[in-house]
Design a protein around this ligand. Structure first.
Ligand code: SAM
Length: 213
């Protein structure tokens, strides 16, 4: 692991206060090697475990499902899914350095460097399920990205994602989620508050949707 040049708190501030995408990606570039130890060791991150559990429930334990881990970061969600028996996982993230950490874990079939705010290089209806943890939050990806997740998930498939507390209303996620419900693009399966980082005492919304058949 490379020598650390910035503290855990400083990097978190850079990530959540990034003025633009370039600044955000530069923060993740500097954080990638220390991300797992900071989140798990210092911040008590648990959202990856909660997401895997929510997906497992929605898929009713069908472990053959082909799953995309969107905004996969270093692959923490993927690791939890592997523990539950899932074996067909692909990874997508815009940060090359975060994706490189995920690749090292050798749990994903395919790694894609792509921007979730743009059209994804993925065919329609490609996945049985998509998970996206920690990426619908301040300064990262807006609710416009839900449309692409819907497009790449097959009819009857599921999408599980977290939304950081506060950002839900403020960032327009709620509005886009409701619009997609009204348009019958997806239907709500479950929606609840769950801890995000135990040491920071913050929560997220755990959202599970099923794509219309
Ligand atoms: C807080 S991390 C969460 C990583 C992982 N899902 C987890 O639970 O540990 C957010 C991730 O979103 C990625 N990200 C931010 N903006 C993105 C975008 N526009 N497209 C794709 N990934 C993006 C970042 O590179 C980072 O890896």
């Amino acid at each position: 692991m490379s020598e650390r040049k910035i503290t855990e708190t400083e990097i978190l501030n850079r990530v959540y206060n990034a003025a633009d995408h370039e600044t955000l990606m530069s923060a993740y570039r500097d954080w990638a090697a220390h991300y797992d130890s900071d989140l798990l060791g210092r911040f008590g991150y648990v959202a990856h475990i909660a997401t895997a559990k929510a997906l497992h429930e929605a898929l009713k334990g069908v472990t053959e499902a082909r799953i995309l881990d969107a905004g996969c970061g270093t692959g923490l969600v993927g690791e939890e899914l592997v523990k539950l028996g899932y074996r067909h996982l692909d990874a997508l993230d815009y940060s090359a350095e975060m994706l490189a950490q995920a690749t090292q874990k050798a749990i994903y079939d395919k790694q894609m460097q792509a921007d979730m705010t743009k059209r994804l290089p993925i065919d329609d209806d490609r996945y049985d399920a998509v998970v996206c943890t920690g990426t619908f939050t301040y300064g990262h990806v807006t609710g416009a990205a839900f449309d692409e997740l819907v497009r790449i998930t097959r009819p009857g498939g599921v999408i599980v994602f977290t939304i950081r507390e506060g950002a839900y209303e403020e960032y327009g996620y709620r509005r886009r989620m409701l619009d997609l419900e009204t348009a019958d693009a997806w239907e709500l399966v479950s929606f609840y508050d769950t801890p995000y980082q135990l040491e920071e005492g913050n929560t997220c919304k755990m959202c599970t949707y099923r794509i219309a058949s």
